[in-house]
Write a protein that binds this ligand. Structure first.
Ligand code: IPM
Ligand code: MG
Length: 371
């Protein structure tokens, strides 16, 4: 099969982690006889430096014309610390999400047994944690009108939702729950916010079409607590844009490393796949980042292309690397493998049908090089 993939490496560790995902996609295309054409697109701080804007119209068009988009990470501290700047790397991502119409962000939270000790939670709380956050991605406070008074002392960000915006993501969440453990938890602040009350009303209507799925509501402050206290109680969390942003970072630490979690943004012209972590600028260029979230994002991209067997092979290869202890610094401070080594070994494992053509001695040597 032929597929065109827009590739946005972005800032910080973005290029390093995307390079590993590309190695893995190349291994898949070799093994399964596919043809992946990668189209580079600049976005983020790197695009601002080069073009004066975080993504150009040409970049947007290239993404729209591709079959899917793979993104590393964007963001640079030099923009975070100056509130007066008008152009910011993150605007590129928001613009792209809006342009492609990606209203549904899917963030699966799963744990890996062999890194359970890295989790800040007690081990017994991690058993059977497997839930997914459905975050509305192109509405709410992120996209409402923003104002700043002339004297610079009063600011506002408007949070708006329409029934249609709520309904369409609710359907996605309920469809997912039907295939999973049949529970949707709506997270909102309906005791305070009008938009949350509209969410409740619309979701209640959608729920009637999915009688097998149980519907629950939680206020967002309580949800933050429950995600830590009883993460195994969740199946599908359905929430608006900003609550989803915050809760997905919160949920990610449960697993022991934010470097393991991919996400998909769907519902529009095509779909975008990225790790849920940021650009980790402190690690830029050091070859120490964890590439697994991006490699798993590539697996989600393949599922979107209906290449389910191929995606399963990637997941299996990542599991293998985890079991072999071929992991980055965040997961093994004592004996880490380099980001590029992890990519090489996972790609090699895939090409060799699970038979690693590089032997374990080489793996150890690669580790040695890193340290
Ligand atoms: C995310 C990120 C983005 C967001 C930023 C980079 C704009 O934090 O994807 O979670 O807030 O949506
Ligand atoms: Mg975020």
């Amino acid at each position: 099969m032929k597929k065109q993939i827009a590739v946005i490496k972005g800032d910080g560790i973005g290029p390093e982690i995307v390079n590993q995902a590309i190695k893995v996609l190349d291994a898949i295309s070799y093994r399964f006889n596919h043809e992946f054409k990668y189209v580079p697109v600049e976005m983020g701080a790197c695009a601002i430096e080069k073009h004066g804007e975080p993504i150009t119209d040409k970049g947007l068009a290239l993404c729209a014309q591709s079959d899917g988009v793979l993104l590393g990470a964007i963001g640079d501290p030099k923009y975070d610390n100056d509130p007066t700047l008008k152009v910011r790397p993150e605007q590129g991502l928001l613009k792209l999400r809006k342009f492609l119409g990606l209203f549904c962000n899917i963030r699966p939270i799963v744990t890996y047994d062999n890194i359970a000790d890295q989790s800040p939670l007690k081990n017994h709380l991690l058993n059977d944690v497997d839930f997914v956050i459905y975050r509305e991605l192109i509405g709410g406070i992120y996209f409402g009108e923003k104002t700043l008074s002339e004297d610079g002392t009063v600011a506002s960000d408007l949070c708006t939702y329409t029934s249609r915006q709520i309904e369409r993501i609710a359907h996605e969440a309920f469809k997912a729950a039907e295939q999973r453990n049949k529970k949707v938890t709506v997270v909102d602040k309906a005791n305070v916010l009008e938009t949350s009350r509209l969410w409740r009303k619309e979701v209640m209507n959608v729920a009637e079409l999915y009688p097998q799925v149980k519907l629950e509501y939680l206020f967002v402050d309580n949800a933050a607590m429950q995600i830590i206290q009883q993460p195994q109680s969740f199946d599908v969390i359905l929430t608006e844009n900003m609550f989803g942003d915050i809760l997905s970072d919160l949920a990610s630490v449960i697993t022991g490393s934010i470097g393991m979690l991919p996400s998909a943004s769907v519902g529009g012209l095509n779909a975008l796949f990225e790790p849920i972590h940021g650009s980790y600028p402190q690690a830029k260029g050091q070859d120490i980042a964890n590439p697994n979230a991006t490699i798993l994002a590539a697996a989600m991209l393949l599922e979107y292309f209906e290449m389910n067997e191929e995606a399963a092979v990637i997941r299996q290869a990542v599991d293998w690397a985890m079991e072999e202890g071929i992991v980055s610094q965040d997961l093994s401070a004592d004996s880490p493998s380099a980001c590029s080594t992890i990519g090489d070994l996972i790609a090699n494992y895939i090409e060799g049908h699970g038979e690693l053509t590089i032997n374990k001695r080489n793996t150890e040597e690669s580790k040695g090089v890193l340290i």
